[in-house]
Write a protein that binds this ligand. Sequence first.
Ligand code: MSS
Length: 366
Amino acid sequence: AATAKPLPAFVSWKDASALIVHSSSTLETKRSAFGTSVITPSEQLFIRNNLNAPDASILDNRDAWTVSIEGVKSPRELSVAELKTLGIETVAMVLQCSGNGRGFFPHKPSGTPWTVGAAGCVVWSGVPLKNVVQALGGLADGARYITGTGGEKIPDGVDPNSVKVERSVPIAALEDALLAWELNGSPISLAHGGPLRLIVPGYTGVNNIKYVKTVAFTPKETTAGIMANRYRVSPVGTKATSEHESVLGMNVKSWINGPLPEDGNVKAGRVQIHGVAFGGIEALRGVEVSLDGGKTWQAARLVGPDLGKYAWRQFVFSADLKPGTYTLASRATDAKGTVQPEQRVENQDGYNNNSWRDHAVQVTVA
Ligand code: MSS
């Protein structure tokens, strides 16, 4: 067996036993590490960076970091210290990479083959972005998108537009967006986007811009490559263009985290089947469990505190299992009544996989 890769230096503080190191910029939480509490500890949270993180010295004086706010009546730069005077809000939410579940696509898309662990439920604290807009005189006319830009250094000799991390989300996201400086009760680490991160609850990971340098309220989506022709849902065999759907709001999803095949045989008798379920951009209504590969379903019980519409809930289904082989599946429903589908939507780059069948697990009870 291949030996596990060591933790990259910028995340050396992470819990190696809870993580799969795919590369120096992609780390996945092990399915068995999600546990049954609600919050994913920062030490266990996945990492995905498109560019090298900026130098750690940007954390030396966090309050001095500035973000430029554009597309408002009085555009200007604000320091984190100033932002801290404008309000405080806290949100618990699922942070999930658009490509989580890519590893289940049969055509083996390029990109990290995440199974379930490019996701976590975390708590951010910062200032509501709408407070900042208000302090700067309100939105400029024609603002239809929130366009956030990351603070990475662009490598020499490459076209900035092709690599910079800049994403646009619909202006409706202003309702719940934050400029956050805290993650799970600590100042945000460099790896997760400190000193300041744009948080867009309900939207896929890529829309949550780390080391945010500019927030612009724009009439159009950015033409940066990461928006214009990447992170789009295009048919298998076709290259994505701006005509294809962008990864924005997350869809309803759940998966089982225990028992898992990797834990070996399950002892016959009472078994607590548990996992996580979330509505994505909608709230969660409920989740069902199947012991027979999706032929029959029964309601599972949501456990632990409800941390709001953007957080996930842990669920449990208590079953008496006789010896045999079982295909355990879970299926969530969001507040609008949309049910997690059986099948993934096939697409070239392996985005938005919420297929309950792909996430089912086979266990042997003995
Ligand atoms: N930001 C920045 N600035 N840069 C980069 O690269 N990435 C993305 C986000 N943000 C980036 C950013 C992605 S892509 C993701 S997922 C996320 O982030 C992650 O997070 P963490 O913290 O976990 O690492 Mo996919 O959709």
